[in-house]
Design a binder for this molecule. Structure first.
Ligand SMILES: [Zn+2]
Length: 491
């Protein structure tokens, strides 16, 4: 999204005058009405407890036989030992052996519950990169003001900040009105179907319908990355889906010395060219929503574009062809990735295939993408089939809901930097998408301040500032409190 808002500035120059009316009547949902709140934490040892969890290598591998499942049970025991009040007061459910679901019963059964989500697994350390870690990846070292190691960002910090917040509130004798579910999957990094997928199935079987869910997928960073002043907090409201389409052409084979007019390879090539040349249609809605949520804090010329983004479709289409970053946010993308013909230079192929990877924008589905591609190719000799696992895009969460208002208010109250809150579309997948049936609105945000220039998610020297982590705990303490009062005063 780098340069995204600069681009918005360029578009502004094109259309400044005709749009004054929309701009004047445009409602901003952001403002500075919330005072900072000092949350005092009851317990010591918060950073040390996360560091201890980092030392338990709960690594997800693409090949499931490589996964050390007992390490997840070690982590379960570690949580039991370190959060005695959670153990006493919450109902714990182990789902599918390795995932955890806690229920903190609220005092008012008539209020819809809240879902706080995170995952316990981490990605492997890239072989050969170990020596580049300043502290070993599973050392959980606390040094230079940071907690170091795999999972400090993605996403044991989420699991432990939530547990710390609940332990803190229990120590203070707090009883929430709403029931809170804490759900920690064990396989997010390899798709989440065995963890979050099973937790969501279980919740559905219990008729749980949460008022909102909060998971990873956004963070606090420098505004200049977006052409915005100060800090920004990205609260993502949707994520793209994925589908692989396999285009296959069969041929008669034979020797290449006497070829027919067309071979399976040449027919396939024409199909790939058509698919590449005919992009899926532009959909400006996700970007429009994103701009609406931030417009109040934009400079005037950017605000004009934000207010009129729907009218800019022709320009958006033009720029999307030239700026991949914009393209990602306004359409289902098309990327031919694999091609195969015959195995030998002098053999005509009996089969040629291509894989085209699509990232699906909300509003479309794997089926609709397949139908579009089949129509574009318009050739009976080319079969179009799904290839491998796919997922549809998530629902788009509301920016005018109790959940969004509560998250936004809590960020503003807890953060000393008063970040601008922007919403957006996540081009990657998280566990959140599994919870569509059990939550009205799902948001993607972790309370962590991250400099995008040194984005270390899945990277070397993954670390989190101790100070930022303590703020994350305060964020959840305040979020749980605000979720009770939110129905009336989240503004
Ligand atoms: Zn993650």
């Amino acid at each position: 999204m780098k340069r995204f808002f600069q681009l918005i500035g360029v578009l502004a120059g094109l259309l400044i005058v005709t749009m004054a009316f929309n701009t004047i009547t445009f409602q901003s949902s952001d403002s500075k009405e919330f005072e900072n709140i000092q949350v005092e934490l009851a317990n010591d040892g918060i950073a040390e407890r996360l560091a201890g969890a980092i030392r338990i290598p709960t690594v997800s591998h693409q090949q499931v036989q490589d996964i050390d499942y007992p390490s997840f049970l070690t982590l379960h025991r570690y949580i039991d030992e370190n959060f005695p009040r959670v153990r006493q007061s919450l109902q714990k459910n182990v789902i599918n052996e390795y995932s955890l679901l806690y229920k903190w019963q609220g005092s008012d059964p008539n209020q819809q519950p809240v879902l706080l989500l995170s995952h316990m697994d981490v990605v492997p350390v890239v072989a050969g990169s170990e020596s580049r870690w300043e502290y070993p990846p599973f050392s959980g070292e606390i040094a230079d003001g940071y907690i170091w190691g795999r999972g400090t960002l993605d996403n044991k910090q989420g699991v432990f900040a939530i547990l710390e917040a609940v332990e803190d509130l229990l120590a203070k004798g707090h009883q929430p009105e709403r029931t809170h579910y804490l759900a920690f999957g064990h396989d997010e990094e390899i798709g989440g179907s065995q963890g979050a997928g099973k937790i969501a199935e279980y919740l559905k079987s219990k008729d749980v319908n949460a008022i909102y869910a909060l998971d990873e997928g956004g963070f606090i960073t420098n505004g200049d990355q977006f052409g915005l002043p100060g800090k920004v907090a990205m609260v993502n409201i949707s994520e793209k889906g994925i589908v692989n389409l396999k285009l296959t052409v069969t041929g008669k084979g034979g020797h290449s010395s006497m070829p027919p007019a067309e071979t399976a390879a040449s027919i396939l090539s024409q199909a790939v060219v058509k698919v590449s040349a005919n992009k899926l249609p532009i959909n400006t809605d996700p970007v429009k929503k994103m701009l609406e949520s931030v417009a109040g804090e934009l400079p005037l010329h950017q605000r004009i574009v934000a207010a009129n983004f729907g009218l800019l479709k022709p320009f958006v289409a033009y720029f999307a062809e030239r700026i991949p970053m914009l393209n990602v946010f306004v359409r289902t993308t098309t990327a031919p990735t694999m091609l195969q013909g015959s195995p030998k230079s002098n053999v005509l192929p009996t089969e040629a295939f291509a894989i085209v990877n699509h990232r699906i924008i909300p509003g479309e589905t794997a089926e609709s993408v397949k139908a579009f591609i089949t129509k574009i190719i318009d050739d009976d000799r080319v079969s179009v089939e799904f290839s491998g696992g796919f997922g549809n895009p998530s629902e788009v969460a509301s920016v005018d809901s109790m959940g969004f208002r509560t998250i936004r208010k809590t960020i503003k109250q807890v953060s000393p930097t008063d970040p601008i809150i922007i919403t957006g579309l996540l081009p990657a997948a998280t566990d959140t998408r599994h919870y569509g049936d059990v939550s009205e609105d799902a948001y993607r945000f972790i309370y962590a301040e991250i400099n995008m220039d040194e984005n270390r998610f899945h990277g070397t020297n993954e670390r989190i500032k101790v100070e930022s982590y303590l703020e994350a705990v305060k964020f959840f303490v305040q979020l749980i409190k605000n979720s009770d009062a939110a129905g009336s005063d989240a503004g």
